[in-house]
Design a protein. Structure first.
Lengths: 170, 180
């Protein structure tokens, strides 16, 4: 009895694990899988499915140096983003105009706040009219009262703690 | 005077017509530049005798003010009668007459002497690009704009937006929402 118990515990269970590994189908290349929701209507039936899609940004991604301290992409490249740099700011914005959270952007707290403020400035200036909710007026000239007038902003008015690499060394 | 000298005299002392595009410009920054051309201070032959030029300003309805100035800046007016004081916001004035904000900025940037009204008569402001033909025929120079015009995201082509270098990528299993 003792020998059977020892056999099932140590030998058979290990064999089962080995068999499972063979059945598994190991992936050698890491593919960045994102999901996209597709809705197809066939007559009266509406099919909503999540389809695996490769990231559209992957071929144009800048390789940020990976390290233990995980530098944020903007600080490590030394970029001084302005509110008119819409092509950079739109990468951190959802299609409905909201900023992405820090856990997705991977920015340091100083840059997350700064870019959040810059996105607000760009939206108020009417420079990102297509990144707006569906119900909004897409044309800045159709806004209410003073909001239809052209506005520009001064980036020096943003008061955010300077990132560590820019702080003066004592 | 020889023919050459006569032509030189005319070209030096003619009144030149300049063009200024006020699209996305700060009216107060542009006023500093425009009032110099109206006075003639851009010429080496400047003097107390009238050396000022004409300036035609277009797209004055597209001027830009920084931050919340459209809501905060007010224009005071008094009719002269009792209880005739009124304060008008910049955006309200701009709605009623799109040339006035820039006109007042230029007027108030000048010194309050007797030349002022003559110089203001040589200033022609139009809210958009529709300028009468007889005035456009006189224009020979364009004044450089102090501020750059920002480009909107929908003015970039889809290819340009797609191929621009990306700083971050979406994390694993992120659900992409398409821009509608």
């Amino acid at each position: 009895m003792m020998r059977i118990q020892w056999f099932t515990k140590n030998v058979l269970s290990n064999l089962r694990g080995a068999l499972k590994a063979q059945e598994r189908g190991i992936m050698t290349s890491s593919v960045h899988q994102l999901k996209e929701i597709k809705e197809t209507k066939e007559g009266k039936i509406l099919v909503v499915e999540g389809v695996n899609v490769s990231s559209p940004r992957e071929p144009y991604l800048i390789k940020v140096p990976q390290g233990d301290d995980k530098p944020c992409p903007v600080c490590s490249l030394g970029l001084e983003v302005k509110h008119t740099d819409v092509l950079i700011l739109s990468q951190f914005v959802r299609p409905d105009g909201c900023m992405l959270p820090q856990r997705i952007t991977g920015l340091c707290i100083a840059q997350q706040r700064r870019i959040g403020t810059l996105v607000t400035m760009a939206q108020k200036a009417g420079l990102m009219p297509n990144l707006a909710p569906d119900f909004s007026k897409k044309d800045p000239k159709k806004r209410y009262k003073w909001k239809k007038c052209n506005t520009y902003f001064d980036e020096k008015t943003i008061s955010v703690a300077r990132p560590k690499y820019l702080r003066k060394r004592k | 005077m020889s023919i050459y000298k006569r032509a030189q005299q005319w070209t030096t002392f003619t009144r030149v017509w300049h063009l200024f595009d006020a699209k996305w410009q700060n009216p107060f920054e542009s006023a500093k530049i425009i009032q110099k051309y109206l006075a003639g201070l851009h010429k080496p032959i400047y003097g107390p005798s009238d050396t000022g030029d004409h300036v035609v300003v277009i797209n004055s309805k597209e001027i830009a003010l920084p931050g919340d100035e459209w809501q905060k800046r007010v224009y005071f007016h008094h009719t002269g009668f009792a209880g005739g004081a009124s304060w008008t916001f910049a955006w309200e004035l701009h709605e009623k007459d799109p040339t006035l904000v820039l006109k007042k900025a230029i007027y108030n940037s000048m010194k309050g002497n007797l030349y002022r009204h003559t110089k203001m008569e040589r200033l022609h402001i139009y809210p958009d690009a529709n300028v009468p033909q007889e005035i456009l025929e006189n224009v020979t120079n364009q004044i450089r704009r102090p501020r750059l015009i920002p480009k909107r995201l929908d003015e970039y082509s889809e290819e340009e937006v797609e191929k621009f270098p990306k700083l971050i990528d979406y994390p694993e299993d992120y659900v992409i929402q398409k821009i509608k």
